[in-house]
Design a protein around this ligand. Structure first.
Ligand code: 1PR
Length: 553
């Protein structure tokens, strides 16, 4: 059998990572960009990947003339695998895009997760519900990476109907809702999760599909079963641990990973060089191998650079995506820019470059503050032009992270500021207990009259999918996260919130998860200094009753 895998490419999202995953498994990849590509006739393993908005994806697929060729391919009995929106495209439609219709192989309209009870999108690592009839080696004790707001939500009658039509279902549960995590019938297999982003467990699923094999699951010890099984205490998701790499050029012009104290990244002594903690690609791989659930790169001096000339950062991403099979986020300089020759380049194009290089999400800092200020100036709505709106529309909310750099400000009374205040347990030196969190831009260099409450709510409305919540006061302090700040933002929005700044030991991660509703915890210095590995943190959480993803067996 040919060792080439064919992948349909309608320029939707991060195909680079899927290509890397398939190549890592020892196959060649041929991208099918038009239905007239003669290679389609030779294909014997076809993958239909998709991310982002349902309508955007299926309309694009259909307008490029792929509907009939895909249907003919399926009728020919050759194996096909849909991924994420590629799974959703098999259905008849989605409430996300009522005007658009899918391939109608499965007669069901996808619904939106209920966000009254849980954060939406679902972003993180969930498990498959144990069932005797699982397929392609799907393992209920492993975790797979999901990122979506819409899903094939199940009830008994829908499930029965699909089973009667010959579909085998692998179900997962998010909050109280059960949905299709994977389907299989004859030559058609599809996963809602991203196997190419699900670490070793995910690579195994792709390999099983490519080899068309359904291996037996490992014989787990009773003790392992207890540790690894899902307890659904966090809606079904494991506690996500993110390793963050602040990247910039040092005085010698090399791109290095650095780390500040309250955002100051220079050595305190000697020639006050930028601290050099290692090379970005090597560190990203190291943290992936240690079990990081995500890796985030922040280009911390991007406000000075033109990202399109910033080839080294794109190269960092490209090289990292070859060995890191968990989600990659990149931030810094995601904005409308003017290139050296005066050409205007919209933020959407800048983001697309990063997605094509292997990023799954982009994070927006400075420009998100400008967008939120405009949102309020317009009376509480956007005008469709901000990078948050344009990127979210094309790639989906889950691809847009807002990186916030706030500082605490004390006031005598709430009437002293237009921003949302709260009473803290930690008064300042003057005994004041009312405070708010002020947003800054350009890496903390400039403060704005906008609170983190106001910023995050505006960004959520504009289409952001996640908040990366730094804290300048806590950054590099090793003194633990600012739990009051995290709770303040959790109360403001329904999208997931990543706690950041201050982690110094595994207990800090535990308290952020148990004392606030943090959806993920990010650490930088703790890992760079080698005090703890990501795995140390996870083992600590596991033995303290918090479920985490362990991908080493
Ligand atoms: O404004 O869209 O160009 O994005 C710039 C990005 O760079 C923003 O995400 C901003 O947070 C980041 N940034 C800018 N300057 C700095 C700096 O440190 N001088 N770093 C900076 C932000 C915060 C976290 C850090 C955590 C955890 N660093 O990335 O990793 O605080 O650290 P810890 O665990 O060691 O305490 P734009």
């Amino acid at each position: 059998m040919s060792s080439t895998v064919h992948v349909i490419d309608v320029e939707s999202g991060n195909l680079q990572s899927l290509t890397n995953a398939i190549e890592y498994l020892g196959y060649k990849v041929h991208l099918i960009k038009t239905p007239s590509d003669p290679e389609l006739a030779n294909a014997n393993r076809l993958i239909l990947p998709g991310v982002g908005n349902y309508g955007h994806f299926v309309d694009n697929l259909f307008s490029r003339g792929f509907e009939q060729p895909i249907k003919s391919y399926i009728s020919s009995g050759r194996p096909i695998m849909g991924i994420c929106v590629g799974l959703q495209a098999l259905f008849s439609g989605s409430v996300e895009s009522p005007e658009s219709s899918g391939l109608k192989l499965i007669e069901l309209v996808l619904g939106r997760f209920n966000d009254d009870e849980k954060p939406v999108p679902q972003i993180g690592w969930n498990s498959i519900i144990d069932d005797d009839e699982l397929f392609f080696g799907l393992d209920p004790l492993k975790r797979y990476y999901f990122v979506h707001s819409f899903a094939a939500i199940l009830n008994e009658s829908i499930e029965q109907k699909l089973k009667n039509q010959g579909w085998k279902l692998a179900k997962a549960r998010y909050g109280t809702e059960e949905f299709i995590a994977a389907v299989w019938r004859q030559n058609v297999f599809a996963t809602q999760f991203h196997p190419e982003k699900s670490g070793k467990a995910g690579l195994q699923i792709i390999d099983n599909f490519l080899k068309q094999q359904h291996p037996k699951l490992p014989n787990y010890l009773e003790e392992e079963k207890q540790l690894l099984s899902n307890d659904y205490s966090n809606y079904g998701l494991t506690r996500r641990i993110i390793a963050c790499l602040d990247v910039r050029s040092n005085d010698q012009g090399d791109l290095v990973v650095t780390k500040g104290d309250q955002y100051d990244v220079r050595e305190k002594e000697g020639n006050k060089d930028v601290k050099n903690l290692g090379k970005p690609v090597q560190l990203a791989k190291k943290y992936y191998q240690q079990g990081a659930d995500e890796v985030t790169f922040l280009n911390i001096t991007s406000f000075r650079d033109c990202p399109l000339r910033d080839a080294p950062m794109l190269q960092v991403l490209k090289n990292s995506a070859k060995t890191v099979f968990v989600p990659l986020t990149v931030g810094g300089g995601i904005k409308d820019i003017v290139d050296v020759d005066g050409t205007k380049i919209p933020a959407l194009e800048v983001a697309s470059l990063y997605f094509r290089s292997g990023a799954d999400k982009v994070s927006i800092g400075t420009d998100a503050v400008y967008a939120a200020e405009k949102f309020y100036a317009l009376g509480g709505h956007g005008d469709g032009t901000s990078p948050i709106e344009t990127i979210s529309k094309a790639y989906g909310a889950q691809a847009v992270v807002i990186s916030v750099d706030p500082k605490r400000v004390y006031v005598d009374s709430p009437s002293d500021t237009k921003n949302k205040t709260f009473k803290t347990k930690f008064p300042d030196s003057k005994g004041r207990t009312w405070c708010w969190y002020q947003c800054t831009i350009k890496g903390g260099r400039e403060s704005r009259d906008l609170g983190v409450w106001e910023l995050t709510r505006a960004c959520e409305r504009l289409g952001a999918g996640e908040i990366l919540l730094n804290c300048i006061d806590k950054d590099g302090s090793n003194s633990g996260y600012d739990l009051e700040l995290i709770q303040h933002v959790k109360d403001a929005v329904r999208i997931p919130v990543i706690a950041s700044s201050g982690a110094g030991n595994p207990e800090h991660f535990e308290e952020a998860f148990t004392e606030t509703g943090a959806d993920a915890c990010l650490g930088a210095g703790i890992f760079h200094r080698g005090e703890y590995t990501v795995n140390d943190v996870k083992e600590f959480l596991l033995t303290h009753g918090l479920k985490v993803r362990m991908d080493n067996n």
